[in-house]
Each structure stands twice: as C-alpha cells, then as structure tokens.
Design a protein around this ligand. Structure first.
Ligand code: T3D
Length: 260
C-alpha cells in the first residue's frame, strides 16, 4: 500500500510513522486510519523492526475524528467510523509485541489524545495539550478512553476531564501519569528517537511479553496474573536474548541483543 496521509520510514530497527494531514491537525479519516493500520501491521510483521515511533506533522499531533467526514451525508456512519478507524488502531497499538513510542508534538484532541495514551511510552512537547473533546460535540469518549483513563488516573479525574472537556497541559498529563515525560519542542523528536533506539536495542521478545502481561493485568485476579507471568517467563527464558543477557552478565560485557 502506498501512503498519502501518513509518512513512514522503515529503517531497521525503527519504524517511524508521522500522521500527515497538518492542515486539519492530523484529524482522522478512514483512509488515514487504514494507512496507519497498514503501517503498524508492517512494523509488527517485520522482524528487523524492533520499535515503532509515532508522531504528527505540523503544529498538532491529532485532533481526533475529522468532523467533516463524520457529518458527510454520504459518508460512513459513526459506528462504521469507530469500527474501522479507532477500535482496530487501539487493538493494534496494544497487541503489537514491540514498544510503540508516541511523541506528541502539539494538540491531541478526542481520539487523538486517547491514541497517545494507549501507546507504550508517550512523551510530549511543552507545547502539547490533551483535550477529551468528545463531550463538546455531544459524544462519549472512545478509542478506549473509558477503559484507560479511570484505570490510569482514577475515576474522579477521568470523569472530570471527559465531562468538562478541559484542556490538560503536557505537564499535568505527566504529573497524572498519562504520559511518561515532557521536553521542549526542539528536543522532542531527538528524545523520542533516542528512547525508541534504546528500546529497539533491548530484548524485543521480552518487551513484547511484558506488554502482553500488562495488557492482561487489567482483567486478571492476582492468582491469574501470577499464572500468566509464569507462562510468559518460561517463554522469555527460551529466547536467545535471555541466554545472551545472562552470558554477557557472567562475562562482564555489554549484551548484544538481536530480538530473537
Ligand atoms: O464519527 C465520530 O465522530 C466518532 C469518532 C469520534 C472520535 C473523536 O475524536 S470525536 C472528537 C473530534 N475532535 C474534536 O472535536 C476536536 C475539534 N478540534 C478542536 O476542537 C480544535 O481544532 C483544537 C482544540 C483541536 C485545536 O484548536 P486550534 O485553535 O489550535 O486550531 P483550529 O483553528 O481549531 O484548527 C486548525 C484547522 O484544523 C481548522 O481548519 P481551518 O479553519 O484552518 O481551515 C480546523 O477546522 C481544522 N480541524 C481541527 N480539528 C478538526 C479539524 N477539521 C476537521 N476535524 C477536526 N477534528
């Protein structure tokens, strides 16, 4: 698939993906969502790719759903938009067994904010902000906002930001644990790339299994989670990277992880 609404660079070990509808703050149409889904699938399938970096072109990260598409008389209905755009995207971001790093370069509104919060490690520029814009247009939060927000920041904060639709600064988002870090706009992409490269040089399969365990923890009892950790640990222990990590420790040298 060739891409019009996103820019990509697949250069091992990183897949860099930029949302690219800057005139409308990278708001989503179904064609843009399908391109992003295709690129994420390509990153998932390529063993040379060991981390994904997602950001946006222009002054915004993503203003959520393109509202012109949403109200077009002959356009897709809301249910179709959710089913084709946001639900598959959130599933892919959570299920890809590689770290997905998000660099929020500007405003992230509606589904744009919740996509940023669903990534594994999200950093934002000081100029970025986060808005649960849904209530302002009579919608409810989607893109797993009602799943991750109460779990990550508690019911009061989650309810207040989704009902009021107030703008949250990057610093508040960090203080509340919605994102990992904040830096200057000039530093953002460099810092995000450094982070992505650091993760890409780590034992990819163990990171993927860590993500799998984290995903399950929301729904599991302690007993179920202990069982799952045991099973996934066995899987991790069978990787070449585990053997290399232990060997390197014993030989007092830096490990050379290959992602196998
Ligand atoms: O079908 C469904 O709807 C279900 C799916 C729901 C998922 C959702 O994400 S619902 C939430 C949708 N998003 C919004 O409601 C946010 C709308 N945008 C805004 O509130 C503001 O644009 C921002 C607060 C994000 C940024 O404000 P500001 O002042 O920095 O920029 P601006 O001037 O409003 O926007 C710049 C341009 O982008 C402008 O176009 P223009 O006037 O220069 O030609 C604006 O119309 C366009 N734009 C911004 N957001 C969207 C958009 N165009 C289409 N859809 C958008 N979401």
């Amino acid at each position: 698939m060739s891409y019009t609404w996103i820019e990509t660079e697949f250069k091992a070990p990183l897949a860099r993906i930029l949302l690219n509808r800057p005139d409308v703050l990278n708001s989503f149409t179904i064609p843009m969502a399908e391109e992003l889904q295709d690129a994420l699938q390509k990153a998932a399938d390529d063993p040379q790719i060991r981390a994904v970096l997602l950001s946006g072109n222009g002054r915004g990260f993503c203003a959520g759903q393109d509202l012109a598409e949403a109200v077009a008389p002959d356009g897709p209905g809301i249910r179709e938009i959710v089913n084709r755009t946001y639900n598959p995207l959130i599933r892919m971001i959570r299920n890809i067994e590689k770290p997905v790093i998000c660099a929020v370069n500007g405003v992230a509104a509606g589904a744009g904010a919740n996509i940023a919060f669903a990534c594994d490690i999200t950093i934002a520029s000081e100029q970025a902000s986060f808005i649960q814009a849904f209530s302002k247009i009579g919608l409810i939060p989607d893109s797993a906002g009602t799943f991750f927000l109460p779990r990550n920041i508690g019911l009061q904060r989650a309810t207040a930001i989704t009902m009021l639709g107030d703008k949250i600064s990057a610093h508040t988002a960090k203080e509340w644990g919605l994102i990992w870090d904040v830096c200057s706009a000039e530093e953002l992409l460099t810092k995000a790339e450094e982070l992505a490269m650091k993760l890409a040089a780590m034992p990819t399969r163990a990171l993927g299994l860590t993500k799998k365990a984290m995903n399950q923890s929301w729904n599991h009892s302690l007993e179920q989670q202990l069982e799952l950790e045991g099973a996934l640990q066995e899987e991790a222990a069978n990787t070449l990277d585990h053997k290399e990590g232990v060997q390197a420790f014993l030989e007092k040298r830096k490990p050379n992880f290959t992602g196998q």
